[in-house]
Design a protein around this ligand. Structure first.
Ligand SMILES: O=C(O)CCC(=O)C(=O)O
Length: 258
């Protein structure tokens, strides 16, 4: 058991967990170098392509904001995805069989980073059960100024909310969100920390209005028996969505082991 009863109860009640100082300073340094190497792959791009998503934010300059599936590019990210300090916690929450469903490096360059409006991850990839969670590992400090994650505690109990507008997937929860704004909790963390959230937990983050970069990699894990029903998330960079087993067994014997 990696989690205390108190932490497990907190997860059940609130749908998220913050765990500080998971990685050593040397590991964070090494991952920062790996992130720079990853970003170098997008050098010269003026449009989103393959796994690289570029976007325009505050300054009007198009910049790299996200890299899909870093664990397929560099072994260092796969090693991190399989790190027992992460998987022991995930096992406590999802059970012994764990599939890495996808990973995404979120870049929020100084005064540039994207804004993520209120959403539930399950809306992006519908499954028959909500036995999926996200684990975001930070390699930079994350603050209210550079766009730290915000969550609505307990919102994983609301079920799946509507993310469709005029018949199209809108990537943002629809309707009046003022109650979410009022009840939200900001989750600033130091580099080396991780935040886990339930696939139904409402979350968002603001743009980076500081001079400090905010980079973090998100790993989405699931119980391999949880069935994909269809993805509303239709984007050219999407190079998944089969995933690999990172712990335990796939009872259906369909998935590869990493
Ligand atoms: O990194 C962020 O600020 C947002 C992450 C997010 O919304 C997601 O991974 O679903």
């Amino acid at each position: 058991m990696a989690l205390t009863d108190k932490e497990r109860d907190f997860w059940q009640e609130n749908g998220y967990l913050v765990m500080g100082r998971v990685l050593s300073p040397a590991e964070v340094e090494s991952l920062r170098r790996a992130a720079e190497a990853l970003a170098a792959g997008a050098q010269g791009l003026t449009e989103s392509m393959d796994r690289f998503k570029l976007d325009v934010f505050i300054s009007g300059t198009k910049m790299l904001q996200q890299v899909a599936e870093p664990h397929e590019v560099d072994e260092e990210w796969m090693t991190l995805a399989k790190d027992p300090r992460i998987l022991d916690v995930v096992e406590d929450l999802l059970g012994p069989n764990i599939q890495l469903y996808y990973s995404m490096m979120m870049m929020k360059p100084p005064r540039q980073g994207f804004e993520a409006p209120w959403h539930q991850d399950l809306a992006f990839f519908a499954h028959d059960r909500a036995e999926l969670l996200a684990c975001q590992v930070y390699i930079d400090n994350s603050t209210p100024e550079n766009g730290c994650l915000q969550v609505v505690p307990g919102s994983h109990k609301l079920g799946l909310l509507n993310h469709f507008k005029d018949g199209r997937f809108a990537e943002v929860v629809q309707g009046d969100t003022s109650a979410f704004d009022e009840n939200q909790v900001a989750l600033p963390v130091e580099a080396s920390s991780m935040i886990l959230w339930h696939s139904l937990t409402l979350h968002r983050s603001a743009a980076n209005r500081s001079d400090q970069s905010r980079r973090a990699i998100v790993f989405e894990y699931k119980n391999p028996e949880t069935r994909l029903l269809g993805g509303a998330f239709d984007w050219q960079r999407e190079v998944r969505p089969v995933g690999v087993m990172v712990r335990g067994e796939d009872p259906r014997g369909e998935l590869h082991r990493a």
